[in-house]
Write a protein that binds this ligand. Sequence first.
Ligand code: HEC
Length: 493
Amino acid sequence: MQRVLNFLKRRILQYRFLLIGVAVLVLLLPQISPTQETAPDIIYFIGRFHPLIIHFPVVLVLLTLVLEIIRRWRLWPVSQTTLAFLLGIGWISSVIAMGFGFMLYYTGEYVGDAMQQHLWGGSLLTAALSLSLYFFLSFLRSGSHVSQGLYLGALILANLMVIFTSHQGGSLTHGSEYLTEYLPDFTQTTDEWQPKPVEEMLVYEDMIVPFLDQKCMSCHNPNKAKGGLVMTSYEGLLKGGKSELPTLMPGSVDDSELYRRVMLPVEDEDHMPPEGKTPLNEEEITLLRWWIEKGAEPQLKVQQATAEPHMKPLVDNYLTQLQARQRARFLQRQALEQLIQTVSTSQPYVLQMDAQEETLTLSMTFPPTSFKDEDLLSVQHLFPRISKASFIGSNITDDALYHIGQMPALRELYLQQTAIDGSGLVHLSGLPHLQLLDLSKTQINDGQLLHVLHLPGLEELYLHETSVSEEIVAALQQNRPDLNIHLERGRLF
Ligand code: HEC
């Protein structure tokens, strides 16, 4: 063995140009296109050995790393000679396998993205292995820590490339679903709606949160924390808001600001929710009161409430209503899922379901492809369900706004970097819920911008990088003091 190592030291070091040369050469291979003609039979013949011999370098590269780890952690004595030997034949077999693989590619029988990625993977793998061997040999000669580090780095890279490339190769020969075909489908939903068993239900999570969610959280969430109060988590409730009065005082409704606010007369300025919003009903207030008096524990079980005779009828009634609502939501969601499936997947847009709202989000694919006004018509049957639409970077024009004007549930509309000049904004005046409009980086001009005055529910307007004048922004603000006009960049999605 020692003699082999000495031989390697003497010989291969003289050939270090060979190792570097191979590394460079294999990286150039993917630049070559497959032949347009029929390749000679011999190329096919040799190429088809690639899937067979590829197992040698794969095993050797993995094994080298494993032995290297064993050696470093001193789990078992492994000599450097062994490593050099493995790395050496690993490298030779990898170069041969790469050559054979390239022949297969050259025949033009395999094309497409997976093929390109596999070829690149193989090239990088062989190049990394060449460098790994190169640095290992220089480390043997000089004992330099830098060389040793580089050797290890290249070896790890080679191993990562083995994993990537063999997976790509597997997909080429067996189809891309080969590995995951028999993976259990965790996303599958059952057709039947199953109510949660009462024994598992918690007062806070299953009875209080649903009505707070409906009647309070739109103003008290992490993005919009009115009065500094976030109600979307139990911790948020305990933390309280700006007044620094306890929002929730376990055991005492009188000291719980949350309870005090909902009990104030509706006309009172401090009443929650503010005037115009649906207040809590009696059942909800009774539940809230009972829960706070019992210590406002998040783990309190619904069964503890039904155990009290005066609470039982109320809780039963409440649960029946709640379950009816949940079932309706479930069915609606299922219907939406089926609707989404009616739209083909190979479209220049993405449709997603909004988990809470039971509505749809329409956005452009990334990287952007061309999406034109007519493309909107292919989702016309979904218009009533769309609550957010983003056309960022697409080719839509003002004519598309006519169709967008037929999305009654639309709340957010992103039109950044489109060809819109604003002449179509009139069509949006029939959208009662449109809260957010982003016109950044469009050709919108002063005159057309005034159309936004006719958007009844608009709260946020983005005008980043437009040529709109300061005067018009000021005028707009004066007319609609409640409107937040942003000249900085808004959200992308
Ligand atoms: C339309 C928006 C809106 C809704 C809906 C809303 N709130 Fe508020 N809430 C506010 C605003 C604005 C303030 C801050 C002004 C104030 O203190 O009255 C506030 C403040 C509060 C505070 C005081 C926080 C503190 O300690 O300073 C409590 C408690 C509160 N809300 C509870 C509720 C509850 C409970 C609901 C649901 C039943 C609710 N809010 C629904 C807008 C809303």
